[in-house]
Design a protein around this ligand. Structure first.
Ligand code: GAR
Length: 189
């Protein structure tokens, strides 16, 4: 049984889909949810599903506190599901090829610092893009630059607001993120 640890900063709808997917699954199990925001809805969601959940201060990402929390959870896979801070390189080196992220666009377009959540969808609308999508990728020391694992696009020609684009992207995320994680852990077992 592969041990999955989730990092998230906000509402955690993706985290919840992953938790639900692996609830009665004999290949993987979500063993912890960590957030840099004590009031993030994701922590409440984890608690409601009886998943151990932890919050930490931004400074604790860099002083070894979070490193120790993660080591104690002994993960096979670390999943960033709407985690908006830079992920520390000591954890990336300690768990090589085991940290993945979801990005709400088709990387390498619309990636990099400041490109997260609604900012991405607003930029896509402003540029009159005909399609957008999701990218699931490995995490390295640079924002949104690790190897791509999975991408899926969606047509957005009918969308007139960033919120409409966000909904379409969220549908893709919920559909494909748990399945991609499942494939990854099955492949690596
Ligand atoms: C998701 O759309 C995810 O792709 C995005 O944050 C959202 C979190 O939603 N991540 C990024 O923008 C990372 N650069 P959720 O809290 O409802 O899962």
């Amino acid at each position: 049984m592969k041990r999955i640890v989730i990092f998230a900063s906000g509402s955690g709808t993706n985290a919840e889909q992953i938790i639900l997917h692996f609830k009665n699954n004999n290949q993987g199990n979500v063993v912890g949810v960590l957030s840099n925001n004590l009031h993030a809805k994701v922590l409440e969601k984890a608690k409601n599903h009886d998943i151990p959940n932890f919050s930490f201060e931004k400074s604790e990402l860099l002083d070894g506190t979070v490193f120790k929390m993660v080591e104690d959870l002994n993960p096979d896979l670390i999943v960033l599901a709407g985690f908006l801070l830079k992920f520390p390189s000591d954890i990336i080196s300690r768990f090589p090829k085991s940290v993945i992220n979801i990005h709400p666009a088709l990387l390498p377009k619309y990636g990099g610092k400041g490109m997260y959540g609604m900012n991405v969808h607003k930029a896509i609308l402003e540029n009159k893009e005909k399609e957008t999508g999701i990218t699931i990728h490995y995490v390295n020391e640079h924002y949104d630059e690790g190897g791509i694992i999975f991408q899926q696009s969606v047509n957005i020609e009918n969308c007139t607001t960033p919120e409409e684009i966000a909904l379409k992207v969220q549908e893709l995320e919920h559909q494909y993120f748990p399945l991609t994680i499942q494939k990854l852990i099955t492949h690596n077992s």
